[in-house]
Design a protein around this ligand. Structure first.
Ligand SMILES: *[C@@H]1O[C@H](CO)[C@@H](O)[C@H](O)[C@H]1NC(C)=O
Ligand SMILES: *[C@@H]1O[C@H](CO)[C@@H](O)[C@H](O)[C@H]1NC(C)=O
Ligand SMILES: *[C@@H]1O[C@H](CO)[C@@H](O)[C@H](O)[C@H]1NC(C)=O
Length: 489
């Protein structure tokens, strides 16, 4: 009995001690975190404190978050590129645009690229300044693919000149898996895989009118995913062009993580940039009155998959139900396609501009307040979103995993909506009410992030590192990991 109080006192003391220590350590951790430096993600702290170089091949996030030296590359590479078509410089979209932007940038850094492609028109072949690009043309097969026998022969001939290729790059299945499996130093870039298409199928079915063909049965789509899961391992290294696609390749396609690398697309920062005067000039040219306080912009082929019917319905309803919105807004549509006529019939609030070349497109992006992309295609990642970002504009786009995972990563950058008329209208009204100050803040945030992640230079530097690493393992370590300040967006 006599001992009990003493024990109580001593246990009270130790409790106090524990309490004080925890308060102290909590406060110091708080202080350390708040004032001494920004709080990084767990991964960053770990890597930074060890001051260990990271192994690029297992780096889990997009390589665009890393900084790369602007010094000349440690080694000039001889690269083979397989791409179905080589496009004209100023009229290219999607995969071909990616190939063009990337390989022009690599050639400029001194690498020698041999392009195996189906006969391109004379006008699209570059002239003198691109002396590091060599074209090996062939005729497409009856099914419209690269003729595998011809390109393989051309490749072997060039590979056995005494200077073999350091690395092989194929845009999608331009080099088929029956041949790719013989090449160890190879990377394939995917711009949309079957699994992503399931989401597009679902949307297509929801928006189908009774006269339209039903979407592919989902069972058929699942079979095609299974096919891809089986043949994808025949490619040594995979480049996912969105964070979401990277996740699918690892999780659903079960490709080992050291063979899946996320490199987000970049667009030419010398063309697409924030230039207020260009925007003003374009608005003047189009005679947009000052009473129009909101200029929305859309770009791309005016087809159903790009969500043009959805936007059409939303605008029709909004112009009808809200006179103020109708009087104060205007929509610029860059592009052409089956929906152009219907958009023209929406009246003076909508200006269909037809297809624009790069110089005009750059002015267009600068002239608008918000870029809207209501796409229903879940596969790949639209370049237009990146172009608008580098032009310093807030984005509004469909809530698709590739978009919310890599581009509109939060409300700081822009607006997202579910692909329904109600949700899109909600987003448009919200943006309209937000007003200029908010648009400019979001546009600025988008631009800062875009300059870090989405420039052609960043994309080319990331691919260069990947190609160096694939060609020789000594280049797979990376020392100065993160974008300036270590802040990860
Ligand atoms: C492509 O086919 C045409 C005619 O069929 C032929 O004249 C030409 O030489 C072929 N080009 C190549 C690169 O094989
Ligand atoms: C290219 O040539 C090198 C050197 O002869 C050889 O080791 C390599 O296997 C060749 N690549 C292919 C895909 O045939
Ligand atoms: C238009 O919408 C705004 C914002 O929701 C609202 O304040 C205004 O009253 C509406 N005007 C008309 C004419 O419906």
């Amino acid at each position: 009995m006599a001992k009990t109080p003493t024990r109580n006192i001593s246990s009270f003391r130790s409790l106090c001690k524990v309490f004080f220590i925890s308060v102290l350590s909590f406060m110091s951790a708080f202080y350390w975190c708040q004032y001494s430096r920004p709080c990084y993600s767990h991964y960053q702290i770990e890597k930074e404190e060890n001051n260990q170089p990271i192994n690029l091949l297992t780096f889990p996030s997009a390589w665009n978050h890393l900084t790369f030296s602007s010094n000349p590359p440690p080694k000039l590479l001889k690269i083979a590129l397989f791409v179905k078509k080589w496009p004209h410089r100023s009229h290219a979209g999607g995969l071909e645009r990616h190939a063009l932007t990337l390989h022009y940038a690599l050639a400029k850094r001194g690498h020698e690229t041999h392009i195996f492609t189906a006969s391109a028109s004379k006008s699209s072949l570059p002239v003198v300044p691109d002396r590091n690009l060599y074209f090996h043309l062939s005729n497409a097969s009856a099914a419209g693919y690269l003729d595998q026998v011809s390109i393989w022969k051309q490749f072997q001939t060039e590979n056995s000149t005494g200077r073999p290729f350091d690395v092989v790059h194929t845009e999608s299945v331009a080099l088929r898996h029956r041949l790719s499996r013989y090449v160890k130093n190879l990377a394939v870039s995917w711009h949309g895989i079957e699994y992503e298409t399931i989401h597009s199928d679902i949307l297509r079915e929801i928006f189908r009118t009774p006269e339209e063909e039903p979407a592919k049965p989902l069972s058929e789509r699942a079979m095609r995913v299974a096919e891809e899961v089986k043949f994808f391992p025949s490619y040594a290294h995979h480049v996912a062009t969105s964070d979401h696609a990277g996740d699918i390749l690892k999780r659903i396609y079960m490709i080992p993580e050291e063979r899946v690398h996320i490199i987000l697309n970049g667009v030419d920062e010398a063309v697409f940039k924030h230039e207020v005067s260009k925007g003003e000039e374009f608005r003047r040219k189009l005679d947009i009155p000052d009473s129009k306080s909101l200029v929305l912009g859309m770009a791309g082929r005016l087809v159903r998959d790009k969500g043009y019917p959805l936007m059409f319905e939303a605008l029709t309803q909004m112009f009808k139900e809200n006179a103020t919105f109708r009087e104060t807004s205007v929509v610029l549509v860059a592009g052409d396609g089956p929906w152009a006529a219907r958009y023209r019939n929406l009246g003076g609030n909508v200006r269909v501009l037809g297809p624009l070349d790069q110089t005009q497109l750059k002015m267009f992006y600068n002239a608008i307040d918000i870029f809207v992309n209501p796409t229903l295609r879940a596969q790949g990642l639209d370049h237009t979103l990146l172009e608008a970002t580098l032009s310093g504009k807030p984005l509004m786009a469909t809530r698709l995993a590739s978009i919310t995972g890599s581009v509109i990563v939060g409300t700081k950058i822009g607006y997202t909506f579910s692909p329904t008329v109600t949700s899109l209208k909600g987003a448009l009204y919200r943006a309209w009410i937000d007003g200029r100050e908010v648009w400019e803040q979001k546009g600025h945030a988008a631009l800062q992030r875009g300059l870090m992640l989405f420039t052609a230079n960043k994309m080319a530097s990331a691919y260069e590192r990947l190609f160096l690493c694939i060609s020789n393992n000594i280049y797979c370590q990376h020392q100065t990991p993160f974008n300036s300040n270590g802040i990860k967006f």
